[in-house]
Design a protein around this ligand. Sequence first.
Ligand code: NAG
Ligand code: NAG
Ligand code: NAG
Ligand code: NAG
Ligand code: NAG
Ligand code: NAG
Ligand code: NAG
Ligand code: NAG
Length: 434
Amino acid sequence: MENLMFLSAMVLILTVVYLSRKSKHVYLLDFICFRPPDSLRFPISSLIELMEVSNVFSRDTIDFQSKVIERSGLGNDTYLPPGIHSVPPNHSLNFSIMELEMVLSSVVHNLITKLNINPKAIDFLITNCGLTCPTPSLSATIINKFGLRSNVKSFNLSGMGCGAGILAIGLAQDLLKVHNNSLALVLSMEAVCSNIYNGSVKSMLIPNCLFRMGGTAILLSNTKCDKERAKYELQHVVRTHLGSKTASYKCIFQDSDDEGYLGVSLSRTILQVAGEALKTNMASLGLLVLPYSEQIKYGLSVGWKKFWAPARKRDPYIPDFKKAFDHFCIHAGGKAVIDTIKEKLNLTERDVEPSKMTLYRFGNTSSSSTWYSLCYLEAKGRVKKGDRVWQLAFGSGFKCNSAVWKCISKLKPDDSNAWSDTINQYPVQRIGTK
Ligand SMILES: *[C@@H]1O[C@H](CO)[C@@H](O)[C@H](O)[C@H]1NC(C)=O
Ligand SMILES: *[C@@H]1O[C@H](CO)[C@@H](O)[C@H](O)[C@H]1NC(C)=O
Ligand SMILES: *[C@@H]1O[C@H](CO)[C@@H](O)[C@H](O)[C@H]1NC(C)=O
Ligand SMILES: *[C@@H]1O[C@H](CO)[C@@H](O)[C@H](O)[C@H]1NC(C)=O
Ligand SMILES: *[C@@H]1O[C@H](CO)[C@@H](O)[C@H](O)[C@H]1NC(C)=O
Ligand SMILES: *[C@@H]1O[C@H](CO)[C@@H](O)[C@H](O)[C@H]1NC(C)=O
Ligand SMILES: *[C@@H]1O[C@H](CO)[C@@H](O)[C@H](O)[C@H]1NC(C)=O
Ligand SMILES: CC(=O)N[C@H]1CO[C@H](CO)[C@@H](O)[C@@H]1O
């Protein structure tokens, strides 16, 4: 009986591995992260001052937010959109749309000029923006501005939180699996202009402190001849959604009086749920990417815990993900998120450096943050042909999503990406330890 179960498990694993190997190739030609103009820089002191003069926060909530900002791991060179720079700050829809257009037209323009692509060659357009959903939609704006084909298939994802960047990649992958010789343009961003919470629930005030502007444009192709010039090949997308567990569904809105979380700037509940989602995601991803030796060690340790010694407090073996990946791009949602993942995956400080520096330089840019981390790695010249990159994103719901990329070409040094002009100043040491 046990043998039979073992056999069927092995067959299942092998089938999954086989199917994933057989699926069509999806290439990433290039991606561009938005580098906001210097005029939109918003140092920490200005943000605190803004909160003080804006007359919407009580003294208590201002003090709380100041402490969070100072310990959050953000630096003085992050950016906020024009609506927040205007005096007094204006969170109206007009300014949100201005922000959307500013970010998207810049990244799309830079991407198509860099790759010398005719916008009419684009077959699929996927945009994701969590909180701002104007009509006409984002995708309509892009189609109009850049003159895309009239039969382009467009999708706008909204309300899907920080994990949506990888969901958009997953959707593009599915589309490219069934349509030959196609190009898919993916746009990921969040409009932060209208995104201010003015109440007094502490955990909901935290995003006020961490949110910053940013966005990415990514061009994917499944055409064979694009392999030559593509930077990466998409290997896997794994999505986990714990929405059916009520404990996690609304955890983002739970308050906690625990002063301890000030230092780490996120409530424990969220971190616990993030850990849970990560574990589920990791188990599926592990089957796809880990060498068999690691899979067996992990399987044995889980089995041991489950059947033989459930009462004993022994953590299951942490699979060595460094055997499967060379680089890690973790969602820069906050210092606590990154540190929790680092601990759960037994990573080193250098592994999480791209994410921490992204948080420091650009803040929490929501669904585009993992792309800023990849951009950092490229600017540092660390990505080599054959390297595998793990993008890991978390979002409300609670979601945990992974994308795995393999670098398939020798990357040329690029002096025009979002990081290039300041890359020599990084990594900075000891961030957010005040
Ligand atoms: C606080 O936010 C709510 C909802 O967005 C809004 O209706 C209200 O006018 C705001 N209050 C102040 C003082 O800005
Ligand atoms: C930001 O700038 C202020 C004043 O210029 C400085 O005191 C503070 O340490 C800086 N914060 C960071 C994280 O660099
Ligand atoms: C915000 O901007 C809109 C449109 O640009 C304008 O109509 C509105 O009066 C402004 N609100 C404030 C408070 O300045
Ligand atoms: C909003 O912006 C549009 C153009 O972008 C302008 O025509 C309109 O008057 C603005 N609305 C307000 C209330 O200022
Ligand atoms: C896509 O290409 C494959 C072979 O590469 C072919 O078998 C299939 O029919 C093509 N599908 C379409 C919709 O053209
Ligand atoms: C990061 O930003 C997203 C939306 O852009 C928000 O949902 C999330 O709560 C933020 N993370 C933190 C830790 O504030
Ligand atoms: C974590 O990694 C280090 C080496 O980087 C290793 O010595 C240690 O045993 C690992 N810890 C766990 C719990 O796997
Ligand atoms: C899925 C989704 O978010 N669709 C949105 C696309 O944009 C239109 C107009 O902005 C919205 O009404 C849809 O909800």
